[in-house]
Design a protein around this ligand. Structure first.
Ligand code: GLN
Length: 488
């Protein structure tokens, strides 16, 4: 599919539509459909129209527009926005308004990106269906009886439902790629360090990365170029060497696609069929397909849930009822105040993870769980290093199934954690990966294919995805997605 960002930008430049009209059209869409999709938890219409007026002024004055200028978009509710409430969709942060902007939002504001609002997410990004949000879950635009995925479900629901041109989400263990897969979109998790985390409210700091959820690979490349870069405010940030967009259409000189058999264990046959089809497409395009094995993948899920919970238990220690948001009403003394605030303010999934994380870090269990998981993190990284010695890009399912029906994820936590099996290995190793649509199941729900590259090889990753997108355009992407549908 061609770029919606490019298409809208051209309409603005050619004065076929004003930025105010464009912004209003999106705001009207939100008015009409958000009651059903629940993609937005906060709409910032006034601010959006103010930015639109500035863009219209520039157009009238004949000034050049940058690629994202005037394009309506959204931010996940864990990305700090000065003066705009930011809650991580948790009761404990209700009423909290940051006094500074996340670096990614500063970068986009410089381009006059039009922020339509903050989007729904699992509470503190902990979940796979958006249903742990204190605002209730976001619906899947393909079938509103199904979830949009998680944790960045609101962003995917908004972009899939044509309520934003693109969204920024965060991915700690799959939260950009999995909702993109469920909603038929392209979701990119950049290399750890490529994009600044400053102002991203931390879940698990050694795994978190911000990235785009878009309608096409071209769009993902443009947004990645706009938000990547070294940032002195994030000591783990490195940036990215050069912009991807100008090189996107170049075919990688040689392309060996690794198909790692462990990624296919327990995958739904309809998902597997769509992925096998994609593998054949790459072969047709001249890629060499290399069958591989990476036994260390089997450690990834327990390693992820131990490390993510350990880091979360420490990061979430700051919500004590004094510094941020929610504060319990009746209590005797400071200890009871903190205890009541945290018991009332955090939802059950967040409490479960804080307890799990505190347990694996406690004196008696540290060696048996946390330390062991850290060692095995090294084994997963090594597994990827060995795999990338034999191929350029790994191709795998993004999720073993298509979008869950609403209510599925709350039934059995362990079963829900297991659905993250294909996405978490990449975060453990700090690699870049994306999800791109590659077909549909019999219910008409999208199937996502995951492409994984070595560290800082976003250019090769996006070029490989673009190759597929161009080949499949029209077959995979549905025309009606471009128009605004109604869901009521
Ligand atoms: N589903 C995973 C979890 O619940 C991933 C979440 C994320 O990437 N933020 O931890």
């Amino acid at each position: 599919m061609s770029s919606i960002i490019g298409t809208l930008g051209a309409l603005l430049r050619e004065k076929k539509v004003s930025c105010k009209e464009l912004t209003k059209a999106y705001l009207d869409g939100i008015d009409r459909d958000n009651g059903v999709l629940n993609a937005y938890v906060r709409v910032t219409g006034e601010q959006a129209l103010k930015t639109a007026a500035e863009v219209d002024r520039k157009i009238a004055a004949g000034e050049a527009l940058s690629p994202l200028e005037g394009i309506p978009m959204t931010l996940k509710d864990n990305i700090s926005t000065r003066g705009i409430e930011t809650t991580c969709c948790s009761k404990i942060l209700q009423g909290y308004t940051p006094i500074y902007d996340a670096t990614v939002w500063q970068m986009l504001q410089k381009q006059n990106a039009v922020l339509l609002g903050k989007t729904n997410m699992d509470e503190f990004a902990m979940g796979s269906s958006c249903e742990t949000s204190c605002y209730g879950g976001a619906a899947n635009p393909f079938d509103t009886g199904h979830v949009a995925g998680g944790s960045s479900g609101g962003g995917a629901s908004a972009v899939g439902g044509n309520l934003a041109a693109y969204a920024l989400g965060s991915d700690t263990g799959g939260s950009i790629r999995q909702p993109a897969s469920f909603c038929g979109l392209v979701g990119l998790k950049p290399t750890y360090g490529a994009v600044s985390r400053f102002g991203l409210i931390a879940y698990a700091s050694s795994l978190d990365q911000i990235g785009p959820i878009c309608k096409s690979v071209e769009d993902a490349a443009v947004v990645f170029d706009a938000i990547s870069g070294q940032d002195p405010m994030d000591s783990t940030s490195v940036g990215h060497k050069d912009p991807v967009s100008p090189q996107l259409a170049q075919k990688p000189e040689q392309l060996a696609i690794g198909v790692v058999k462990e990624y296919f264990k327990g995958v739904d046959p309809q998902v597997e069929a769509a992925i096998q089809n994609a593998i054949r497409t790459y072969e047709k395009l001249g890629a060499k397909v290399v069958p591989l094995s990476m036994p260390a993948i089997s450690y990834a899920l327990p390693v992820y849930y131990i490390l993510a919970c350990a880091e979360a238990s420490s990061n979430l220690g700051r919500y004590d009822g004094i510094r941020y948001g929610y504060h319990a009403d009746h209590y005797n003394g400071i200890h009871e105040m903190i205890c009541k605030t945290r018991s009332e303010g955090f939802g059950p999934e967040v409490q479960r993870r804080i307890l799990l994380g505190s347990y694996v870090l406690s004196a008696g269990y540290y060696d048996a769980y946390y330390k062991k998981a850290q060692n095995l993190r090294g084994a997963v990284k090594k597994g990827f290093d060995e795999t990338f010695a034999q191929c350029d890009v790994i191709l795998a399912p993004t999720v073993p199934m298509t979008a869950f029906p609403k209510g599925f994820a709350g039934q059995d936590q362990v079963q829900t954690y297991q659905t993250d099996i294909c996405t978490v290995p990449v975060n453990i190793a700090g690699l870049p990966a994306l999800s791109i649509p590659c077909g549909y199941d019999q219910k008409g729900l999208p199937v996502g294919m995951q492409l994984i590259a070595n560290r800082f090889e976003e250019t090769k990753l996006l070029q490989t995805a673009y190759l597929f997108e161009r080949e499949m355009a029209g077959e995979i992407y549905r025309k009606e997605e471009w128009g605004c549908r109604t869901y009521a």
